[in-house]
Design a protein around this ligand. Sequence first.
Ligand code: UFG
Length: 330
Amino acid sequence: MAKVLVTGGAGYIGSHTVQKLLLSGHEVVVVDNLSTGFKEAVPDGTDFRHGDVRDSDFLSQILTKSGIEVVINFAAKLNVAESIQKPTEYYDNNVGGTLSLLKACDTAGVNKIIFSSTAAVYGDSCADGAISEETQTGPINPYGWSKLFSEQLINDAAKASDLKYVVFRYFNVAGAAEDGSNGQRTANAYHLVHLASQAGTGKRQELKIFGTDYPTPDGTCIRDYIHVEDLADIHVLGAEHLLRGADSATLNCGYGQGYSVRQVISSALEVADTKFAVAEDVRRPGDPASLVADSSKMQALLGWRPLRNDIRTICRTALAWEKKLTSQIT
Ligand code: UFG
């Protein structure tokens, strides 16, 4: 059992991962500035510290005093469209945050890092077939670049020290905890499954399809949607991999199964309480046509097997969580 620091542990993926770490018997310290995270999402039994990952002194003190062995870094901004409008904010938060974390780890002598990266590092380089870690990177938005730059920082730091890392490149994370305890809380919903679940509860009247002229079978973008609890399990395995003294790795996280926007909406409508309208709209800037993971390297290295690989399960759990949130407010 290890002491783990989770930055961004009040966020969507972070808080689900904290829960899985606790269930696996690890001790967890969470650092979060609550800019987009929620204190109530942090599971009981966690040592919560309010603060910013860009404050390197604050981090190194926690790392040292708490005897942290491994850091999982979720703290970042992650909205593609916003990154196009506010690139410097994204570089400051995401690249600046990674740099600060690396400095703090160096000061405190912590040499194991799990880093949240994204399929956005691949840009548009992969319209047909699944993307492996060897696929050429080439982000098409500042968000993707901020993550690729961060990966480079970690790589360089590891070459110059005894640092070991696992970089996870997430495809589209969605869904909510199957026991109904957690899910996406973001005030301004942005992601397709989240928006569809809000529409399914009647919170939204209509869902838009951004672009119907992509070079895909039904003209809409294809994504590989991975259930948030499967992704959380992957992080526990990643941390335990480093704790065993294993080598660094960069790994894709997805199911290897793509769904178009139209297919996701049709699953969301199947599970919805309220049937909602669907309208066709123009393309959203910065959207690649297709992103589907080849995650065989990750599965082989960590021994992970998907447990919730089903778009209906993803839509059903997301809807159930949205209903719970709505009932708490009203
Ligand atoms: N979409 C719609 N209507 C909506 C919302 C989204 O048609 O109302 C479409 C988008 O245009 C896109 C697809 O649904 O084609 C998925 O969009 P999301 O916003 O749900 O997710 P993204 O693919 O843009 O991005 C997500 C994460 C990124 C990550 C990427 C990797 O936000 O961090 O997945 O696959 F890089």
